[in-house]
Every structure is written in structure tokens, then in C-alpha cells.
Design a protein around this ligand. Structure first.
Ligand SMILES: NC(=O)C1=CN([C@@H]2O[C@H](COP(=O)(O)OP(=O)(O)OC[C@H]3O[C@@H](n4cnc5c(N)ncnc54)[C@H](OP(=O)(O)O)[C@@H]3O)[C@@H](O)[C@H]2O)[C@@H](O)CC1
Ligand SMILES: Nc1ncnc2c1ncn2[C@@H]1O[C@H](COP(=O)(O)OP(=O)(O)O)[C@@H](O)[C@H]1O
Ligand SMILES: [K+]
Length: 495
């Protein structure tokens, strides 16, 4: 699991180590130099003879970059230093100059940026309070222009974070310098995992500098190994009912395919049985999946609303009330979200809402929280937390990176593996898959009194599986994503 911590938590963890004289900056700069050398090699270059630009701001982030420049200069690189602060880290500067680096005259920035095959962004890190002020804002804008104009894009290594991003909230409040690789010191920070800031980070590598934080993270990303821990594999004591029955209230004459896709997601996700309570489209679903059973009945989880138009949502009220009364998990997607606009003031965390940004804006507006779609997209961590707080439910904000929040615990940020996933019906497949995972542990969650953040963890696992199933180098249909879920689960369980 990637665990991201806010800058204040990292600074607090760093303090005793620095007081004890642990050479954190030496380790940090060595990690940056190592990544830089490796990235050059990947592109067929050597450190010797490469031209490297060190962007050194006024804080310790600049210090890391300067020491990294010293290491690379000693290995034969031509290193130019841009001093971007009134003062820069003095020892770092001396080390770099002693190793043969040179300080650029101010009016040479554009020329040096064009000449360098690799930039090291040490303008600011944990100490930055965005948005960037002048002159740094103008410098970053100029560097972005130079990069876009360059026939051969430079490799940009961000020290700790791309300068300018909202490191703690994932926002992008002003200019920021896009990275090829971000070398996160000790732990990632929320903006490295969550959009929109995460889109500027390139590949995130975590450098082990000897600092660990034990507290719960602010933002987390599950890996395949975490998903294997979360999933429950059937054993000899299981039968179809213990595996979990998923009840679907999905699809309609207007959107019949949604019933097929949620059924595909739920069956692919390993439900013991899938019941469909949408008589008008049952014949169609049976044609694809003869495994399904028709009609209401006992269930361990329900999936309601995918492909149900607002004009038809009253039919979802009875299955929703039943899930809430009997305290089993319920996924509320698409049309079912409209049902929440009146009443349902205090939902349990086992109600999992799966809006996209537009639907989340409507849901929040109905609860007196006026956030526009644009505001949600600019600060989605804040929006998803707010929605979990005001509803009591678990929220899955779907997008290029799914963001998942329960009323407590971390926000999970699960990135897509391929943007071909953004296709109609992919969300329906997700809803069905999540229903299957929740049904597998449905009664356990109920016995645990809805606690422990478990629905959020399962929703994050569903996002990982969905991203894996949708991984593709070319177009993929939603139905194919459903078909590939079993292989994605097997891959998580057995590598
Ligand atoms: N502690 C350690 O030994 C270790 C720390 N480590 C490294 O230190 C980094 C943290 O260093 P840090 O705390 O010195 O702050 P840093 O990120 O360099 O930024 C401060 C500079 O930014 C400027 N600035 C701020 N806001 C601004 C704005 N809006 N617009 C424009 N400028 C703005 C601010 O200027 P000021 O506001 O003071 O005028 C100042 O010049 C951390 O990310 C990691 O890389 C690792 O080596 C491990 C060991
Ligand atoms: N840019 C993107 N890259 C990858 N996946 C995306 C992107 N945008 C959205 N998605 C995913 O695509 C799906 C879209 O869901 P949704 O909007 O509900 O569509 P539908 O209702 O047609 O199924 C979600 O699983 C979401 O995570
Ligand atoms: K930086």
C-alpha cells in the first residue's frame, strides 16, 4: 500500500532524526542523483557528457537538488545551477561548485533550459504554500514553455514533488512544473497520489531515507498484494449463499444494457448468486448470463440505480429500505443517487455511493453544500471527504483516478491503468463488481456495526480490479472489462 502523509506529519517525523544528526539530506540527494542517472541511461545517455540543469530554490528542497548536482558533476556531467532564491542552501551550493558545477547568469535561463537534457526541480517542496508567487511563478511558466518548444523534451526529476502542486490537497492552484519522475522523500504526499496534482508527477518513486511514519495515512493507494489481503477466497466450508448473493435493481427499457453490465460485473467479481429485480429487461440479461436468478429475495448486498432513469427511481425505494433495515451493504449508482435528494439524511457507511463529478455536485447541492462540478474537479479530495461527512455513506468519486472516502479513515486514490476505460457502461460494471465484493463480506460488515472503514477498503479493491481488467493498449468495451474481471482477481490472488 502506498501511504501518503501531509507535510506537517512528515516535518514532525523528520525533526527528531535531524536533531540526532541523521544525514537525511545526503540520502535524499543521493536518491535523486541515482534516479537521474538511471533515467539518462534509459534514454541511451551516460551521465558523463550530459548537460543537467539544477533548479535550486531557497529551501532544503534546493539543498537536495544542489547535492544531487554535486554527485552528478563528480560523475562527469556538465551541471548548470539556476539560483531561484535570494539565498540558496550554502553547503549544497559549495558542494556543487567544488564538484565543477557553475552558476548561470540570470538571463541565461532559457538557453540553459534548452541545452539541458535533464532538469532537477528543487525549487520548492514541503515548505511550499501554493500558489507560487513571483518570481517563481513566472520562472515555472517560462520553463514549461521551453519544454513544450523543445524538439527533444528534457527529463524532469522533481525533488519530493513537482514545484507548484498542492502537496497536501492534490490541487493545482497555479503554475506547476510537470515531472517525468517524482522522487518522494520517505513517503508520498497526498498530491502525489490524488488528482489533479498527481497528473503532473509522472512516475512516483519513494526514496527510503530512513524515516517511517506509523500513523494512519491521509491518502492511500492499494496495490495487487493489498487486494489479495482484502479478498476472501472461498474454502471447503463455502456454498453459494456464503459466497454472497447480490441483488440488482439496475437497467430499464431506456437503458437495458446497464442490467447486463452490472450482472457481468457481479458475476465476474465472484458473487455466489446474482438476483435481478428488473422484470422488463430480464430476458435480455438471461440471454448473456443464464446464471442469474429473477426476482427479489434474500441478499447480502444490493446494487441499485445503474441505468434507471430519474422518472423510474421510486421502484428502487423498497430494495433500498430493505437493505438499510436488514443492514446489508448497498451500492447506489446513477438513478439511485437521485433518490437520496429527499430524506435518507443519515446513511450508514455500508451505503456506497458511486457518483461521477457531476452527480456528486448534485448530491452535495441537495445537502446544502454548493460545490460546482469544476470546484469538485479542482479539489476532489476535499469534495469526497465532505460528501462522506454530510451523508455518513462511503463515496466513490469515479474518474481517471477513483477517489474513495468513508466517514473516517484515509481517502483511497486508485488510478486507471489505461484511459481507454473511459467508456459508456464501465461504471455499471464497477457497480456490479463492488456489489459482489461487498456481498462476500456483507454479513461480517453488518456484525461489525458498519465500522472499520471496510466498505471503503472494498471499494478501493474494486477500483484496483476494475482498473486492471480495463488495462488495454487500445479500445475496450465495457462488456470486455466485465469479462476480464476474473483474470484480474486471479492475478491479484496468485500473481
Ligand atoms: N529537513 C530536512 O533536512 C530534509 C528535508 N528534505 C527536503 O527539504 C524539503 C523541505 O524544505 P524546506 O522546509 O526548507 O522548504 P522548501 O520545500 O525548500 O520550500 C521553501 C522555499 O519555497 C519558498 N516558497 C514557499 N512558498 C512559496 C510560494 N507560494 N511562492 C514562491 N516561493 C515559495 C520559500 O520562500 P519564502 O516563502 O521563505 O520566501 C522557500 O524558499 C523537502 O521537500 C525535501 O526536499 C529532505 O532532504 C529530507 C531532509
Ligand atoms: N479519464 C479516465 N481514464 C480512465 N478511466 C476513467 C476516466 N474517466 C472515467 N473513468 C472510469 O470510467 C467509468 C465511467 O463510469 P460512469 O461515468 O458511471 O459511466 P457509465 O454510467 O456509462 O457506466 C468509471 O469506472 C471511471 O472510473
Ligand atoms: K520540487
Amino acid at each position: 500500500m502506498l501511504r501518503a502523509y501531509r507535510s506537517s506529519d512528515v516535518a514532525a517525523a523528520e525533526r527528531p532524526l535531524l536533531e540526532a544528526g541523521v544525514p537525511l539530506m545526503e540520502r535524499a540527494s543521493f536518491a535523486v542523483a541515482t534516479v537521474a542517472a538511471r533515467e539518462l541511461k534509459r534514454r541511451g545517455h551516460t551521465v558523463t557528457g550530459s548537460r543537467i540543469l539544477i533548479l535550486a530554490g531557497g529551501g532544503n528542497n534546493g539543498g537536495d537538488a544542489l547535492y544531487a548536482g554535486a554527485v552528478l558533476a563528480r560523475r562527469g556531467a556538465a551541471v548548470d545551477i539556476l539560483r531561484a532564491g535570494d539565498t540558496v542552501h550554502e553547503e549544497g551550493l559549495r558542494a556543487a561548485l567544488d564538484a565543477g558545477a557553475r552558476v548561470l547568469p540570470e538571463d541565461h535561463v532559457a538557453t540553459a533550459a534548452r541545452a539541458a537534457g535533464l532538469w532537477i526541480d528543487g525549487l520548492a517542496g514541503l515548505g511550499l504554500r501554493p500558489p507560487l508567487r513571483e518570481p517563481l511563478a513566472g520562472l515555472v511558466t517560462l520553463l514549461e514553455q521551453e519544454r513544450d518548444a523543445a524538439p527533444d523534451e528534457p527529463i524532469v526529476i522533481a525533488v519530493d514533488c513537482p514545484t507548484g502542486i498542492g502537496i497536501d490537497d492534490g490541487g493545482l492552484p497555479g503554475p506547476a512544473l510537470r515531472a517525468t519522475v517524482t522522487v518522494a522523500m520517505a513517503v508520498p504526499k497526498p498530491g502525489l497520489l490524488a488528482p489533479p496534482a498527481s497528473r503532473l508527477c509522472g512516475r512516483v518513486e519513494v526514496a527510503d531515507i530512513g524515516l517511517a511514519i506509523a500513523e494512519p495515512p491521509a491518502v492511500a493507494t492499494l496495490t495487487g498484494a493489498d487486494v489479495a489481503d482484502v479478498l476472501r477466497e472461498p474454502d471447503e466450508s463455502d456454498h453459494k449463499y456464503t459466497r454472497g448473493v447480490v441483488l440488482l435493481g439496475t437497467g430499464s427499457p431506456e437503458y437495458p444494457g446497464a442490467a447486463v453490465l452490472t450482472a457481468g460485473g457481479a458475476l465476474g467479481g465472484g458473487a455466489g448468486m446474482v438476483r435481478l429485480d428488473s422484470p422488463e429487461v430480464a430476458h435480455l440479461v438471461l440471454r448473456s448470463y443464464p446464471e442469474i436468478v429473477l426476482g427479489m429475495g434474500r441478499a447480502q448486498a444490493a446494487v441499485l440505480g445503474s441505468g434507471v432513469p430519474v422518472s423510474d427511481i421510486e421502484r428502487l425505494r423498497a430494495p433500498l429500505d430493505r437493505a438499510l433495515d436488514e443492514q446489508y451493504p448497498v451500492v447506489l449508482d446513477a438513478g439511485a443517487l437521485a433518490l437520496l435528494k429527499d430524506g435518507y439524511a443519515d446513511l450508514p457507511s455500508t451505503a456506497v455511493l458511486t457518483p461521477h463529478a457531476g452527480e456528486l455536485a448534485e448530491l452535495l447541492a441537495a445537502r446544502g453544500e454548493g460545490l460546482t462540478r469544476q470546484e469538485i474537479e479542482a479539489a476532489p479530495i476535499r469534495a469526497v471527504r465532505l460528501a462522506a461527512t454530510v451523508t455518513g455513506a462511503t463515496i466513490v468519486l469515479k474518474g481517471s483516478t477513483d477517489l474513495i472516502a468513508g466517514p473516517d479513515g484515509p481517502v483511497y486514490a486508485q488510478p486507471a491503468r489505461s484511459h481507454w476505460r473511459a467508456t459508456a457502461g464501465a461504471g455499471d460494471v464497477y457497480a456490479g463488481l463492488l456489489g459482489a465484493l461487498l456481498a462476500g463480506v456483507g454479513e461480517e460488515i453488518s456484525r461489525a456495526g458498519h465500522g472499520y472503514g471496510q466498505p471503503a477498503l472494498l471499494a478501493a479493491a474494486a477500483s484496483w480490479i476494475h482498473a486492471e481488467a480495463a488495462h488495454s493498449n487500445g479500445p475496450i468495451r465495457a462488456g470486455q472489462i466485465a469479462d476480464r474481471i476474473p483474470a484480474a482477481i486471479a492475478g491479484a490472488l496468485h500473481g
